[in-house]
Design a protein around this ligand. Sequence first.
Ligand SMILES: Cc1ncc(COP(=O)(O)O)c(C=O)c1O
Length: 369
Amino acid sequence: MTVKNLENLVKKEVLSLDAYVPSKTREEVKQDIEFKEVINLATNESVLGPSALVQEAIKSALPVIHQYPDGSSSLLRKEIASHLGINPQMLIITNGGDELIYLLGNSFITPGDEVIMGEYGFKTYENATTINGGKLIMVPFQKRKHDLPAMASAVSNKTKMIFLNNPHNPNGTIFTHKELRNFLKKIPQNIIIVLDEAYCDFVENQEFPDSIKLLREDDHYLVVLRTFSKIGGMAGLRIGFGIAPEEIIYYLKKIQPPYSVNCLAQVAARAFLADEGYREKLLQNNREGKAFLYQQFDRLKLSYITTEANFIYLDMKKDAEVITDKLMEKGIIVRSGKLWGCDTFLRITIGTQKQNQQLIYALENILLE
Ligand SMILES: Cc1ncc(COP(=O)(O)O)c(C=O)c1O
């Protein structure tokens, strides 16, 4: 009789993977420490909660949730296309930006292909590469920024895809339009270049790449990732999108699971697009919160990386895990930099004014201990 052994059945690429470890939820922390209010500054969600217009739109769509959603998100695609001034055929709506990354990996990466990314990558880039038998080529940063010249030098005749995360998570740094153009000049045209712009809405630097212009003017296979999880305040609904030449979208659509973007997410994203007020309020909160936190970190003599996103990478110069636990005991969840090889760093979402004050108060107390 043969002995059952699941390890012999599972794909070897899956065997080697670790499951994604999400940070603790508010509810878990509340249970652990019996705090009434827990502040989550670990996942870079919108700290303003969902937009009122989005909530209303979801409520009015509830009577139709017995129906399958629009399988190609056609109304939403039309509206995003008109916002961006592109053809709707250049868009694919996905179950979060994460699904787009998996679709790219599953459509294009084959065993032996090399996939280039910045050091420590991003868990989804790694998974999408590894499960398809691709080889990860991780290029160290230069001054906490993508080292674009080194990434260009890492290209070989096996390179299939390059992931560029701009602004970078967790560093919060960017590369400019000019730097990207110079990079593209060195990259052969048969490589897929993914510009992950999950946090682009928060960027203040005017030299940030105009990726939509590049999509029109550049002949590379560019894919731009955007999400409604951050600026849209709807991380829980799971909706994002990809912008790419039509021929790339054609292949991604072939393997996208049917109806992977639910009807409430589609309705919510459309309501968000019509809600300029929410976006402006969130951006203003981010600008003010950033200025306040910089000022307080300076006062506490803590060093940090100036950010173009909705989070700050802060160097505590002490074991980040210890500080993370101490903050958790005080009801504040942040992400330890250990995940990205920075043992003394914390990645902290920029909160509301009240949350930022509570964070500073807690950090100051921890530093005094
Ligand atoms: C760099 C980066 N890319 C992509 C994503 C995917 O976001 P989502 O799947 O929520 O759209 C995230 C989410 O945190 C991210 O940080």
